[in-house]
Design a protein around this ligand. Structure first.
Ligand code: NAD
Ligand code: UD1
Length: 338
């Protein structure tokens, strides 16, 4: 199938391009490079032997989308494009709502005009309300988001759900990612956050390589086995394969489907530090710091629905995640700028 991959030069998008190609599909990428480097797509070619057609531009640019739909017989879209930094979303909320919601609406408008009514949307575990018991199921309560980024995902889901409700020709899959980490095993593609990383794994690997002096562990008084926050880390290649699995579902079902993409296992911050040190024979100096506002003690998925209906489950373990994060970081200390 020919798949329009918005945000395909980014972290999850580039890994998904590899898995799409491996599965015999053809990705067509649109990305405005706001948070990515086109070298990622050159590396996708190095890995797969197949060049990726790339349009540099904004998903909110309706004329550009029309041009892309004219040029290719697109069968479905995977919509990764979006801004994703929680702190930044609190500082510039309007830009987040503008970017994340208008891109989704423009894309759906052009898709509907062209009769292409199949879309997979990058949602997040952040849409789940903090009141839920663990593990989180797709039926768990959503809403009460703590930041504009989370609300853009919540609203994005709602927009797509309403589109599917209004027109039974649409097929919409909402994928709620837990904590994507790791990199392709080749070390050629991975995550390269701009500036100081907000997320745990890039901070750990940048500390291990000496770019950061030490990791601050945000709180050791949570109600968890060692007092530090517990999350459901999922290898990005497993996550990417989840999209390929979701495509089969997308093409055989109409209406809306929502699925967790997680492993079902939670690890604490200190578990991840120790696993990273063991997997890679490196040291990750850390200090205990105050809690980060808005953090939960524990968050992990029940991935049973994805296993049952998408026939997908994660196959990479914690050691693979740590090994592949380090492989990417050590081969590309400055990301794609090297
Ligand atoms: P990323 O920043 O690496 O990729 C997003 C890509 O979208 C970037 O390449 C960026 O340049 C592009 N982009 C942003 N706005 C655009 C626009 N208007 N037009 C065209 N391109 C645009 O992020 P990622 O980690 O690969 O995340 C992909 C998607 O998954 C995002 O929607 C994100 O919110 C969601 N998500 C990510 C995580 C995570 O932890 N990485 C967790 C849950 C959900
Ligand atoms: C964060 C976002 C979430 C987003 C997800 C994407 C917040 C509040 N939530 O989730 O919306 O979908 O990233 O992956 O930002 N930690 C440290 N030190 C650090 C960084 C993190 O101790 O330098 C801890 C955190 O307190 C948390 C765990 O590591 O317990 C994971 O943090 P992070 O990688 O930022 O992910 P989330 O908070 O789960």
């Amino acid at each position: 199938m020919i798949v329009l991959v918005t945000g395909g030069a980014g972290y999850i998008g580039s890994h998904t391009c590899v898995e799409l190609i491996n599965a015999g599909h053809t990705p067509i990428v649109i990305d405005n490079l706001r948070n990515s480097n086109p070298k990622s797509l050159e590396r996708v070619k190095d890995i797969t032997g197949q060049a990726v057609t790339f349009y540099e531009g904004d998903v909110r640019d309706e004329a550009l989308l029309e041009k892309i739909f004219d040029a290719h017989e697109i069968d479905c879209a995977i919509h990764f494009a979006g801004l994703k930094a929680v702190g930044e979303s609190c500082a510039i909320p309007l830009e987040y709502y503008q970017n994340n919601l208008c891109s989704t609406m423009t894309l759906c408008k052009v898709m509907a005009q062209r009769g292409v009514k199949r879309i997979i949307f990058s949602s997040s575990a952040t849409v789940y309300s903090a009141e839920n018991e663990m593990p989180l199921r797709e039926s768990s309560k959503t809403g009460n988001c703590t930041n504009p980024y989370g609300w853009t995902k919540y609203m994005g889901e709602q927009i797509l759900r309403d589109i599917a409700k209004a027109d039974p020709e649409w097929s919409v899959v909402l994928l709620r990612y837990f904590n994507p980490v790791g990199a392709h095993e080749s070390g050629k593609i991975g995550e390269h956050p701009n500036g100081i990383p907000n997320n745990l794994m890039p901070y750990i690997s940048q500390t291990a390589i000496g770019k950061r002096e030490k990791l601050s562990v945000f709180g050791n008084d949570y109600a968890t086995h060692d007092g530090t926050g517990v999350r459901d880390y999922i290898h990005v290649v497993d996550l990417a394969r989840g999209h390929v699995a979701a495509m089969d579902y997308l093409c055989s079902h109409k209406g809306e489907g929502v699925f967790n993409l997680g492993t079902g296992t939670g690890y604490s911050v200190l578990d991840m530090v120790k696993a990273f040190e063991t997997a890679n024979g490196v040291k990750v100096p850390f200090v205990i710091a105050p809690r980060r506002p808005g953090d939960l003690d524990t968050c992990y998925a029940d991935p049973a629905k994805s296993a049952q209906i998408l026939h997908w489950q994660a196959t990479h373990d914690q050691n693979d995640m740590c090994r592949d994060s380090w492989n990417w970081q050590s081969q590309n200390p400055n990301g794609y700028d090297d």
